[in-house]
Design a protein around this ligand. Structure first.
Ligand code: MZP
Length: 504
């Protein structure tokens, strides 16, 4: 006979946190949101930690290059979607990795004999206003000079003129030589009031460029997540079908973290794929997976599949209809609490801590905070990021308001047959598990995350916590009745902004 669990399937909105003693040192400015990504011995550090406990879903409508850059600069990572060709996903990872390294390979270059029109075309294509001039127009050619959009007037100068007549020639360009440190390079930029510093090889070929704006960006983004070579950390979704080709291409492109993207990860497919990646790449790349909603699923993925982190959540995603279609899933709070308990048991038994990611269904900032209090190490979100400027979809105006499209990876639109179809031989999607819709545009990742994290830091202080580990340790949660949820809202007043309520 089927087993019926005693507990109800509960969601985050059914819980509230009880404040604990706030001491004087419990101030938002003292809070650290650093959180582990890879499994590690209890008491030791994870080989990669995020600076904020937030990652993006691996979805077509959410995470491309721009999201990868934006989130890493805030201290998290975006899992670049895998429902695309291996080449284009690897190219996105390579772009994130090359976005900023202090010393960047120049990707806007011209020959001295190029015309101003050629130059303009390059500037429009790359969006860069500073272009290196090299003898052969390559990014490692003999350095001849530099030209910026301030050196000519698009509507006044003859666009058939040659770049060499307008560029600043090498002997007048402040430059450094390979071997210079980033600090020394930034000092030269500061001293000579320059925007860009070319760094040259001893034989005069261009090696890289250092930009003032990168220095300023770094100061403005103190939580930026960088690898040991000062490149942004990059992450990608993978599947259990083409991993033997996809993973090597992603590793070659410089990926740091991989995650199996599957609605049900409690499978031999995921074990086999994970062990293959582990055997081939060892500790070179972090591999997470899921999704699971039970202690049993967690154990399997950790002990058998050897995954570095485990994602929890089936059917809670805002675009997800898995529960309606297949009758599988679990309330996200119940699933998370059971898996966290098992993770803690595993840590006590084996002395190994496995980070847990709560994936999907987070409808507001409060739910993110409750998920963290319940023991998630980080949360994964799709809708939240689909609404930002950096998601890869176009803005559309509907009845005078601005929206962006958002669709599930299990929808026909995503044509992500590998994720859901049971019949491995068929590429036809038998039934949909996701829907296709629109979400309102809310602003930049920076703005939206800034507010969420401000609230998280404040809640942590209310619970007398400076670290996320303390937050979970100190958390006391209470179930709320429908009446108390109503009590928590405003009562007996007509709110000024009530006309916006349908946006929530
Ligand atoms: P949400 O943040 O939009 O609520 O949920 C995002 C999560 O939903 C993803 O990380 C993924 O686990 C899940 N997802 C993505 N596509 C589907 C689907 O088509 C889905 N059913 O459930």
């Amino acid at each position: 006979m089927a087993k019926i669990l005693d507990d109800l399937s509960r969601t985050f909105s059914e819980y509230l946190l009880i404040p604990r003693l706030t001491r004087k040192e419990h101030l938002p400015k003292n809070v650290s949101l650093v959180t582990p990504v890879a499994s590690h011995k209890v008491g030791e550090a994870s080989r990669l930690s995020l600076n904020i406990p937030v990652v993006s879903a691996s979805m077509q409508a959410v995470a491309g290059t721009e999201m990868g850059i934006a989130l890493a600069r805030q201290g998290g990572v975006a899992f670049v979607f895998c429902s695309q060709s291996i080449e284009s996903q690897a190219a996105m990872i390579a772009k994130i990795k090359s976005h900023k390294a202090g010393f960047v390979r120049s990707d806007s270059n011209v020959k001295p004999s190029a015309t101003l029109q050629d130059l303009l075309d390059i500037m429009k294509k790359t969006g860069h206003s500073t272009v290196a001039v090299t003898e052969d127009g390559s990014n490692t050619g003999r350095f001849m000079g530099i030209i910026t959009d301030k050196d000519f007037w698009e509507f006044e100068d003859d666009l058939n003129s040659k770049v060499q007549g307008y560029m600043t020639p090498k002997d007048k360009v402040i430059h450094g030589l390979v071997g210079i440190t980033l600090k020394e390079a930034n000092h030269l930029l500061y001293k000579h009031k320059k925007e860009a510093l070319p760094v040259l090889e001893a034989d005069g070929r261009l090696n890289s460029l250092v930009f003032k704006k990168d220095y300023v960006d770094h100061i403005n983004n103190p939580l930026e997540l960088l690898d040991s070579r000062k490149r942004l950390v990059a992450a990608a979704g993978i599947n259990t079908h083409d991993y033997k080709e996809r993973v090597p291409a992603l590793v070659e492109a410089g990926v740091d973290v991989l995650s199996f993207d599957s609605s049900d990860g409690f499978s031999e497919f995921q074990k086999e794929a994970s062990l293959w990646v582990k055997e081939r790449f060892g500790d070179k790349v972090i591999v997470g997976g899921g999704n699971v909603v039970s202690a049993e699923g967690f154990r399997y993925l950790v002990e058998e599949a050897k995954l570095d982190f485990v994602k929890v959540g089936i059917g809670g995603g805002s675009i997800c209809i898995t529960r309606e279609q297949k009758g599988i899933g679990r309330g996200q709070a119940s699933a998370l609490m059971e898996v966290v308990e098992e993770r803690n048991r595993y840590a006590r038994e084996k002395g190994v801590y496995v980070p847990i990611c709560s994936d999907g269904g987070l409808a507001n900032d409060t739910q993110i905070i409750i998920a963290m209090a319940m023991g998630a190490d980080f949360v994964m979100m799709g809708r939240y990021f689909a609404m930002t400027d950096e998601s890869p979809t176009p803005r559309v105006s509907i009845k005078g308001r601005i929206y962006k499209p958002y669709w599930g990876e299990g929808s026909n639109r995503a044509r992500n047959w590998q994720r859901y179809v049971d019949d491995q031989a068929s590429s036809r999607l038998h039934f949909e598990e996701g829907v296709d819709g629109y979400v309102p545009v809310v602003g930049s990742v920076n703005e939206v995350l800034g507010l969420t994290l401000e609230k998280m830091r404040a809640s942590m202080c209310n619970l007398g916590s400076i670290t996320l580990a303390e937050f979970t340790q100190n958390a006391v949660l209470t179930l709320v009745s429908e009446q108390s949820i109503e009590e928590g809202g405003t009562s007996n007043i007509i709110q000024v902004e009530s006309k916006f309520d349908d946006d929530k």
